[in-house]
Design a protein around this ligand. Sequence first.
Ligand SMILES: Cc1cc2nc3c(=O)[nH]c(=O)nc-3n(C[C@H](O)[C@H](O)[C@H](O)COP(=O)(O)OP(=O)(O)OC[C@H]3O[C@@H](n4cnc5c(N)ncnc54)[C@H](O)[C@@H]3O)c2cc1C
Length: 311
Amino acid sequence: MLQIVSKTFFHVLAGSQLLKSAASRYGMRGRGGFARRFIAGETVDEALAAAKEIQASGLNITLDLLGESASSMAEASSATRDYIGLMESMAAAGVERNISLKLTQLGLNVDRATSVDNLRRILEAAATKDFFVRIDMEDSPYTAVTLEVFETMWQLGYRNTGTVLQSYLRRSEADAVRMNELGARVRLVKGAYKEPKDVAYQSKVEVDAAFVRIMRILLAGGTFPAIATHDPSMLAATRAFALSGGIPPANYEFQMLYGIRRDLQADLKTEGFQMRVYVPFGREWFPYFMRRLGERPANVGFVIRGVLSER
Ligand SMILES: Cc1cc2nc3c(=O)[nH]c(=O)nc-3n(C[C@H](O)[C@H](O)[C@H](O)COP(=O)(O)OP(=O)(O)OC[C@H]3O[C@@H](n4cnc5c(N)ncnc54)[C@H](O)[C@@H]3O)c2cc1C
């Protein structure tokens, strides 16, 4: 219940322009900016520095150039160019070749055909440089279209891409079976948005139970699935299922978000599992940041302490 209230509250705040401009002034200021715990920085150089540091500790990375809901074709094509530039910078810096992006960033809610073209340009550039491109999953109005676009790319022969399924969505078990049939790589998450109950489970018990069911589908019959969670009971369920099925750690990976449960990230690596850290960066960090607050109200205390200590 508390979780639903919290998600709703932060979902509403995320739409506030006033809060956004106030937060933007302080959040990333200096090394101590309160948003820096979750966001690697605003520039490519800051993201590359964070990526190198993470890789030096033996973990893998994926870089996410923050941005969502481009409101014009110009914005969408600028995001597309930025992603292509990002891949060039990553290749030049020698960091791992893995990025995550959102289709609305490429113009999905402006013009679907243009966003598909933009994605194709990114996948082409990615293929020539041996990058993997993860298409993040957004809120439920975009689920079907995201999976359709993903499947179109797959049928066109792009194999350097994968997508995300959210266990809170009632449809996701069936989608996992479909992705296994394709042989496509899936990242499994619980889901970060506020969703209505006809499309999504509302209680943690149901979301967790679905996570375990889908994790099993993906581990048993999928292609290098990514189990993305900070929840110790989901991690334990995954490890137990893999062990009992003789599925070696080389066949799947765990993923966690930048700045969250760094202790678990390191422990899993030490125990011989593969761990990828999702590293978000960029000027458009506010909606991402608000979703992280909504997941864990205790983070608000952390932010307030950060703001107060800046004065
Ligand atoms: C690599 C990665 C990629 C993701 N991509 C997507 C995506 O494409 N689409 C999408 O909808 N969602 C995405 N998410 C977010 C995901 O859906 C969840 O909202 C988020 O991971 C929290 O769920 P949880 O599995 O960690 O479990 P929860 O039950 O929410 O949390 C379990 C425990 O993890 C810790 N924790 C969780 N969140 C936080 C936080 N914000 N701050 C501090 N501690 C925290 C706490 O200790 C908490 O008790 C992604 C998550 C990860 C790790």
